[in-house]
Design a protein around this ligand. Sequence first.
Ligand code: UD1
Length: 450
Amino acid sequence: MTPHDILDDLGSVIFDEAVAARTGMDRIRIRGGRRLSGAIQIGGAKNAALPLMAASLLTDEALVLFRAPRLADIETLAILLRQHGVVVDMNGTGKECALTLRAADIHNTEAPYDLVRKMRASALVLGPLVARCGRARVSLPGGCAIGTRPVDLHINGLRSLGAEIELDNGYIEARAPKGLVGAEIVFPFVSVGATENLLMAACLARGETRLVNAAREPEIVDLAQCLVAMGAKIDGAGEHTILIQGVDRLHGAKHRIIADRIEAGSFAIAVGMAGGSVELTGIELDLMGVAADRLRDAGLTIEPTAGGIRVACEPGGITGIDVMTEPYPGFPTDLQAQMMALLSVAQGASMVTETIFENRFMHVPELCRMGANINLHGASAMIRGVPRLTGAPVMATDLRASMGLVLAGLAAEGETLINRIYHLDRGYERLEEKLAGCGADIERIGADGT
Ligand code: UD1
């Protein structure tokens, strides 16, 4: 997906002309070896913004989201919501950016394949549409680069709330003409998206819903806080069991999206790779959770400041550690590729184990082409640190893997060219500008090298 694709049909909600003019053929060129110093403003969390946008379907009044990030994934969901009938408007940039969504009239409850296939999080409209309109037809997201990623937990949960669901020609057909009814839903394993979908649906279900073995990510807590501001009755968000008392209707609200802990973690790792000292503003240390602990174990200094956190590291100051991805409060899978890039230049060996997605090591062969020494054994990667990486043309097939390669490029000798950077535009706002502002030699170039 490129911003270009999605703008063709429906027109831009979010991107300015300069961004819209980019194509998927753009590349990022990095000349490694520059220390970083300065400050980087952390944006609103993509993974909080997406469910919050879907929550706008639950009310006919306006939901205003502050600190919305200008990202391709936000654009994709904005376009999907617009074709349901939501009026979407985005003003300002950075921490001043306000995204206003008003679902006064939902005239279409179908989420078509062309939009859902671009981004799996589009499935988040399912619960809110069924809860508010009594029906929805949402394309199955299908496979994606980091694994099969089914939506069975979303479907089974909605069935428990009384929806009749059939799968028809690749679509989920859901009906609840008399409304949803509260129930106990025990998730067999933790799913962020299923917890969000059912949390939203349960707000308008009759009676009480218990979500057991719910995801506990900060983005779930943020969604619950916004829903409560809209009039929902929710207890226990951020804990193992969430209790929801259904209400007849929700109203509009204004909500500030939490900071992006994955963006912050990625820039902290940039400091680890390149050396230097950078203040990440607009994020509290607590939000970084165990990621900050593991980065300290690896040799970074991370301290709170008045406006955020300061990250510092001496070049060559990284030591090998073992890391296992787990649902929150464990180490986030969305930082695994970036962490692996860091550990590939550590002193000593490291082991990285991925427990969330079965196919999330696509960055490994590319890191090896840059001189990393990594061996895969099933769900684990054994990394033997090397003194230096060397620049190379590389490409990645998903968002976080692409970021891992950018980070490797910051530490590498010579020039690294990252291809297929539309993945980066899905999740990192003004990436090259933020890193260049701290002294990195990084620029976006067209396919022809200009
Ligand atoms: C969300 C995040 C993503 C992050 C992931 C795990 C958003 C928009 N995306 O994705 O960045 O990497 O959490 O922290 O917030 N599963 C099933 N059946 C289901 C649902 C999930 O088998 O119905 C499996 C998935 O294939 C995966 C695991 O459960 O192996 C966890 O996935 P889940 O937590 O649902 O991830 P997402 O919500 O898609």
